[in-house]
Ligand binder design. Sequence first.
Ligand code: HEC
Ligand code: HEC
Length: 322
Amino acid sequence: MVSSIVTILILLALAALFAWLVTRAWKSKRWYIKFPGVILAGLFTLVFALLTFAMAKGLYDLTRPYPVASVNVTIAGTPEQIARGEHLATVLCAGCHSQNGQLPLTGGNNLSDDSGLPLGDLFAPNITPAGKIKEFSDNELYRILRTGVEPNGRASFMAGVTARYMSDADAQAVIAYLRQSPPVEKQTPPISYSPLLTLLGGVGLLGINVPDPLQPVTAPPKAATKEYGEYVVRFLDCRGCHGPTLSGDALPPAPPGASNLTVIVPKWSKDNFFQAMRTGVDVTGHRISPPMPWKQVGLLDDVELEALYEYLHALSPIVAKK
Ligand code: HEC
Ligand code: HEC
């Protein structure tokens, strides 16, 4: 945060410096200094002014309070609900909130490392009952999952996480699981955003998006259908890396190199897909490398994985424009 403020001040100073140089060049009697000078210094003024503006907007969006209404949930905590929540936590939360991709959710590695960009310290915290979640009521936890908004109104990193696309029932199941998961004392370094991350936020590339929590989210009935597969794609955020059309068209800070699923999966049989996601080696013998979370995806149960296959298999191939 401090480094972002310092960067903003430096950019502002540079914009002012070049603006001053524009006025200096303008006053020059020699045309070969005047015109190139005005154009060049003017260009730099513009670039630094735009960067200053984008950074300031990013800083504002990342720190301002978001007024989101509270919601009331009652978590029944039945054995079935807890089991469903545990399954979802493994598939959906463990990739970030655990160092080895497994439960318990004692806190993860620096997510900045995956992106290959200096984004800051982005450690997903310990969310066992001994960790971060003890600060939140069920309603507050539910609101964080749905919107990323903390009780103090700040949008946490979870505002960019698609956990909010889980159905109401699934989100509540996750809370039911978290509450009775084994408490583990462990601390991760505090979150800190780098100037680059602030800039990406300012130009709208972070996907900070605070939806209305009162909108109910329902899932289609769980079955091996395209519709359920679409639901899985949304809450597992395949698009976060594979792009809005799943053709590999994601922009930074998404990690580079995510495949064009619209070309690959339609050619695969269901068995090819299951093999790729459950063993990490696809039908051509290619070892699927990180950050593709195939281990997580492979943990989906057979019905979910088949639904995912049905959805992806039915996509029309999109060949990337060069
Ligand atoms: C893409 C990575 C990622 C995924 C997936 C993810 N989280 Fe997080 N989560 C984070 C990060 C990073 C933070 C720290 C946010 C901050 O302090 O700004 C966080 C914070 C939290 C917090 C504390 C909120 C706060 O404001 O400090 C809770 C609770 C939480 N996550 C729950 C979950 C649950 C439950 C899941 C699975 C349904 C999940 N997260 C999936 C990255 C992730
Ligand atoms: C964190 C980023 C990320 C997410 C999230 C992600 N992928 Fe990937 N995926 C990648 C990258 C990078 C590759 C390329 C890896 C390779 O081929 O070695 C890839 C490759 C693949 C491949 C092709 C592997 C091959 O054999 O060529 C499939 C299929 C795939 N992903 C499916 C999915 C599905 C389905 C989801 C959502 C459930 C998903 N991915 C979510 C990053 C991601």
